[in-house]
Structures are given as structure tokens and as C-alpha cells.
Design a protein. Structure first.
Length: 254
């Protein structure tokens, strides 16, 4: 019985750290009791399939080190799961800059700071895609399978892990660019049109007239490209379980 409680506590540390990083569970609007209860419930469901790891034979320093290791693994896996939300926020910043609305920001309850309107829109779009397509189930399933490749106490941080995580972060910029490309193209076309008009009609105040058309045109293109953005988000989430397993294998020394 004591070994089961020790195993549950170690699983709870990894699960709790994993959920702590995810945007939906890290919002201040979500009660702390609900977060802890959800992490405890998931840990209770995972404990029977995890190899027992009693703490009675370890001293205080080894127990503390093991607990910190499990928290670090959970934070790393949660960081990888949150990359798509970083990509959505970055894409929103690029879109807001192209539209000339980068100074117009709203308070984002997920990040607890002011962010561009387009970034907040894409952030919530990513969350809706995750929940509506049940991609969060696959994400949690991938997390649960990490215990097969990375059991409790089997973590070993090495250079191979760094070589695997860095390319994962580079996907943030690629995905953000893919999401914002339609708006960038529309903004470029509008700018080129008004550049030609400035030559044909020198009396026209190009800078004053252009921004209105750029905002309206970019909003229209953004509205039509939201479905494309949702597809990129879904592709990122579909690859996420495999990415978690690869990183878990790297940490496990595989």
C-alpha cells in the first residue's frame, strides 16, 4: 500500500507539472482545486499501469532529486505540448503588424498579459480545434505512453535530447509563418497597388488611404484563411503524441 502511494505521488508530480504548462489549465480563471483534482484523478488512473517505485529505500536527498526529476520531465513534455500555442501567438503578432494593428491589444487571460487581437483570436482558435477534434485525448494518451519509454527514475538528460528539442521549437516559426502567409501576401499586394497609384496619381495621399484598405483587406483574407490555419494547428496536434514519445525515449537514454 505504501509503494502504491509513493508511485501515485511521483506520477502526480509529472502529471501536475505537465498540466501546469498547458494554456487551458494554467488560466487563473480555472480554480486551483480543480487543477489539483484533475491531476490527482489522471494520476490515479495511470498508477496501475506504471511500474511501482517505492521511496522507502531512498534517503532524503535521493527522494528530493527523484521528485525534482519527475517535475522537470512533466514541464518539458508540457512545454512541447504548448508550442502550437506559441506559434499561434507569434502568427497573430505578425498579422497584427501587417495590418497596422500591433498597438491595438487586449488582455489575454491565458498569458496574463496584453497581446494583439489577432494573436488572441488564433490562440482561442487553436484551443477550439484541440477540444472540438478531441486532440487533447490523443495528447494525454501520448503522455501516458511516455511511461513505457521513460519509467519513473529513468530520466537521463543528454545532448541528444537537446538536438531533438531544438528542431521542435523551430517548428513554431514555420507554423506561424504558414498561418500568417495569406495575410502577408494580401498586405504585399495592397502595398504594391498603392505604390503604382502613387506614381499615377501623385496628388493622392498614399499613406492615409492605404492603411484603411490594408486593414479591411487583411481582415477579409484572415477570415477566409482561418480554416487553413485550423488545418495547420490540427497537423501540429496530430504529430504531438509521437513527438512526446521521441523526447521521452531520448530522456530515457534510448
Amino acid at each position: 500500500m505504501e509503494a502504491d502511494f509513493d508511485t501515485w505521488m511521483l506520477v502526480f508530480l509529472r502529471v501536475g507539472a505537465f498540466l501546469l504548462v498547458l494554456p487551458f489549465f494554467s488560466m487563473n480563471e480555472m480554480p486551483v482545486l480543480l487543477r489539483v483534482s484533475l491531476a490527482a484523478l489522471i494520476s490515479l488512473l495511470l498508477t496501475p499501469v506504471v511500474a511501482p517505485h517505492p521511496l522507502g529505500q531512498l534517503d532524503y536527498a535521493a527522494t528530493l532529486g527523484l521528485m525534482m526529476q519527475e517535475v522537470g520531465i512533466g514541464l518539458l513534455l508540457g512545454f512541447l505540448s504548448r508550442l502550437i500555442f506559441f506559434a499561434a501567438e507569434l502568427a497573430g503578432s505578425i498579422i497584427a503588424f501587417e495590418m497596422g494593428l500591433n498597438l491595438a491589444s487586449v488582455f489575454d487571460p491565458m498569458t496574463q498579459q496584453a497581446s494583439p487581437i489577432a494573436g488572441t483570436l488564433l490562440m482561442y482558435l487553436s484551443m477550439l480545434v484541440m477540444l472540438s477534434l478531441n486532440l487533447h485525448d490523443w495528447m494525454l494518451l501520448g503522455f501516458a505512453r511516455t511511461y513505457d519509454l521513460l519509467p519513473i527514475g529513468g530520466g537521463h538528460f543528454n545532448r541528444q535530447l537537446l538536438a531533438e528539442v531544438v528542431p521542435q521549437t523551430s517548428r513554431v516559426f514555420m507554423t506561424a509563418l504558414q498561418i500568417s502567409t495569406p495575410v502577408i501576401a494580401a498586405s504585399f499586394v495592397i502595398t504594391m497597388i498603392f505604390a503604382v497609384l502613387s506614381r499615377a496619381v501623385p496628388q493622392m495621399n498614399v499613406f492615409t488611404e492605404m492603411y484603411g484598405f490594408k486593414i479591411v483587406g487583411s481582415l477579409v483574407v484572415l477570415g477566409f484563411s482561418l480554416q487553413l490555419a485550423a488545418q495547420y494547428v490540427a497537423q501540429f496536434f496530430n504529430a504531438l503524441p509521437e513527438d512526446l514519445l521521441v523526447v521521452a525515449k531520448m530522456i530515457g537514454g534510448g
